[in-house]
Design a protein around this ligand. Structure first.
Ligand SMILES: [Mg+2]
Length: 112
């Protein structure tokens, strides 16, 4: 499967476009983004030592990250901005700014 940003953008827009309510207003979407971020945190907590409450599902990180992506796509669509262009700009920034920030795998280890 090869899904492009544009495919995902259009699929979300087609889904939301079926309904009279349309996209949530921006601050409500921000609340959804925060809620989904908390769900990612809960799954990671369960995977790293926190025991789920009785009857609580340990959660699915893949699905929770996709929930976040859905809300981000909704937010970008509602605002008329491009996540693909944003991603490209962000990667260009980190690839330039952080080009020498981390230890490269082919780099000899330093001994201090
Ligand atoms: Mg979720």
């Amino acid at each position: 499967m090869s899904l492009t940003f544009e495919d995902a953008r259009q699929r979300v827009d087609a889904y939301i476009g079926q309904f009279k309510e349309g996209y949530f207003p921006p601050l409500l979407m921000l609340a959804r983004l925060t809620e989904e971020t908390g769900e990612v945190a809960r799954v990671l907590a369960h995977q790293n030592g926190k025991t789920p409450k009785p009857g609580e599902d340990p959660g699915d990180l893949e699905l929770e990250l996709a929930d976040l992506l859905f809300v981000m796509l909704c937010m970008a669509n509602e605002r008329g901005i491009s996540l693909e262009r944003g991603f490209e700009r962000m990667m260009d920034k980190v690839e330039r700014r952080d080009a020498n920030r981390w230890t490269r795998k082919d780099e000899a280890p330093t001994h201090d």
